[in-house]
Ligand binder design. Structure first.
Ligand code: HEM
Length: 279
């Protein structure tokens, strides 16, 4: 993976995101990685994933190496969890121990992928609710959103933030002008902006300082600092204390990584190929 990230810095962010999109749907069971087939519908065409998730070939490459060195031992779900941690380190972020032993699912859920993963236009209330559904607290929500200190988003993900005043509260006008230059009212859907325009490939706490300054890219980012909310206090804390962010991010990643799919205790497996269930 370090080679993939050396070739393209953004890849670290893309890999980190895969673990999140896996864990919010049936637990961390690599359901995200299953390809559609004529008789099987996976999660890759769900709205949060379509034209958006990246890095699947990098995961395939890791899996191939593991299978030739040590076949049938390391699940695809564990690969995602460890790769996410390593991605954070490659961008200068914290280390944490990753609990292992996840099994891969034989099922996927397009519906859950559409419903459980929050959209970029979510209100704070919806964000809190969707995290609570996964047993994740407001603190986990704020800390894990700090993943947006790296990576990019497409114009289509932040257009409403610019033109429909979504999260418009507290927007920085100069920043909005920059975004308008990247993302026109129509067209240019795939034009990219960094999620953290200050230090887009560094796993620091600039994300929180941006939000405090009205420079959150997504509505869901800016919402976290809504006046008087419980999350705005946490945003303030991480904006001023990078180590507190790192510590909580590590703890919250372990917590998110421990969301289980109970079915995998019965029918789970270690896939031979992350894209398909075993024969
Ligand atoms: C709180 C709710 C969240 C929302 C609404 C959200 C939404 C999004 C959206 C819309 C994008 C841009 C996708 C695109 O335009 O193609 C994105 C990118 C990203 N998200 Fe989130 N996200 C959330 C939480 C998280 C969490 C918990 C993590 C990981 C722990 C995460 C990691 C990332 C990363 C690293 C990227 C950049 C990916 C890349 O450059 O390829 N996000 N997110």
């Amino acid at each position: 993976m370090d080679m993939a990230v050396a070739k393209e810095a953004r890849m670290a962010a893309s890999i980190l995101r895969l673990h999140f999109h896996d864990c919010f749907v049936q637990g961390c069971d690599a359901s995200l990685l299953l390809d559609d087939t004529p008789t099987f519908t996976g999660e890759k065409t769900a709205n949060p994933n379509r034209n958006s998730i990246r890095g699947l070939e990098v995961i395939d490459g890791i899996k191939e190496k593991l299978e030739s060195a040590c076949p049938g031992i390391v699940s695809c779900a564990d690969i995602l969890a460890v790769a996410a941690r390593d991605a954070v380190i490659l961008d200068g972020g914290p280390y944490w121990d990753v609990p292992l032993g996840r099994k891969d699912s034989r099922t996927a859920s397009l519906d859950e992928a559409n419903n459980n993963i929050p959209t970029p236009n979510s209100t704070l209330y919806t964000l809190l609710k969707k995290f609570l559904l996964q047993d994740l607290s407001p603190t986990d929500l704020v800390a894990l959103s700090g993943a947006h200190t790296i990576g990019q988003a497409r114009c289509t993900s932040f257009r409403d933030r610019i033109y429909n005043g979504n999260g418009g509260i507290d927007s920085d006008n100069a920043y909005m002008s920059v975004l308008k230059g990247i993302c026109p009212p129509s067209g240019g859907d795939n034009n990219l902006s960094p999620l953290d325009s200050v230090s887009p490939v560094l796993f620091d706490n600039a994300y929180y300082r941006n939000i405090v300054n009205g420079q959150g890219l997504l509505t869901s980012d800016q919402e976290l600092s809504m006046h008087g909310s419980i999350t705005s206090e946490i945003v303030q804390r991480y904006a001023g204390d990078p180590l507190a962010f790192w510590q909580q991010f590590s703890d919250s990643m372990v917590k998110m990584g421990n969301i289980v799919n109970p079915l995998t205790f019965i029918t789970g497996e270690v896939r031979n190929n992350c894209r398909f269930v075993n024969e």
